[in-house]
Design a protein around this ligand. Structure first.
Ligand code: PLP
Length: 223
């Protein structure tokens, strides 16, 4: 088991361009398996539930150079825990949440790295800014000075074919460029968090700098 994980990590790592950071999505994966992935060189782990992550983080404290990425839907009442436990929040999906995180970050004297989650196509199953709403909120986001706003995150709707998914990734990339060109002082667009096991190659083609991979590393999750 552990050797097959390390093989998958090595194969995958060598297939990704150097500019792309591999986030191992370890939701529903045990702390022991996370240790195996760590031993194979992974330092970035993604989790989508605060509580589940907390119990694993507690037993993995000795692995002090792990960077934890929160990638799930974040409710306002979990915002504090999220920035205490995670260095990155990829799934900041509305202005209110960003402002709340900014306030908490100030109180905690930390400056978490965040991505703004966008929804390029309407999708009732996903949260996130529409491109037009995001553009309208940039001035307010720029005021969130305790957040290190690093870029955009997106998840294409289920059931797209490859060219449609590529389209979503390219549109996200284009939106990030457009925002970067507006030269905000606090809103930076250095990163594009996009691509999961089924579509990461397309995302990389469109300029992803962080891919979030679970199944392809750890196998299918129980449903
Ligand atoms: C679960 C999850 C992933 C990983 O998905 P896989 O298809 O298993 O690679 C990536 N991003 C988000 C936001 C997720 O919830």
């Amino acid at each position: 088991m552990s050797s097959s994980i390390s093989e998958r990590i090595i194969t995958l790592g060598s297939s990704l361009p150097d500019s792309v950071r591999l986030i191992a999505v370890s939701k529903q994966v045990s702390a022991e398996i996370i240790r195996c992935a760590y031993a194979a060189g992974i330092r970035d782990f993604g989790e989508s539930r605060i509580q589940e992550a907390a119990s694993k983080q507690a037993v993995l404290q000795d692995l002090s150079d792990i960077t934890w990425h929160f990638i799930g839907h974040l409710q306002n009442n979990k915002a504090k825990k999220a920035i205490e436990q995670f260095q990155w929040i990829h799934s900041v999906d509305n202005l209110k949440l960003a402002q709340r995180l900014n306030q908490l970050a100030q109180e905690l004297k930390i400056s978490p790295q965040i991505c703004l989650q966008v929804k390029i196509r309407p999708d009732p199953n996903k949260s996130g800014w529409s491109p037009s709403q995001l553009l309208a909120d940039l001035a307010a986001l720029d005021q969130c000075e305790n957040l290190q706003i690093q870029g955009l995150m997106t998840i294409p709707p289920l059931g797209l074919n490859d060219s449609e998914a590529l389209n979503v990734f390219n549109s996200t990339s284009k939106l990030a460029k457009e925002i970067q060109e507006q030269n905000w002082s606090n809103v930076q667009m250095h990163h594009l968090s996009m691509g999961m096991s089924g579509d990461y190659k397309l995302a990389v083609q469109a300029g992803a700098t962080m891919v979030r991979l679970g199944t392809i590393l750890f196998g299918e999750r129980p449903v």
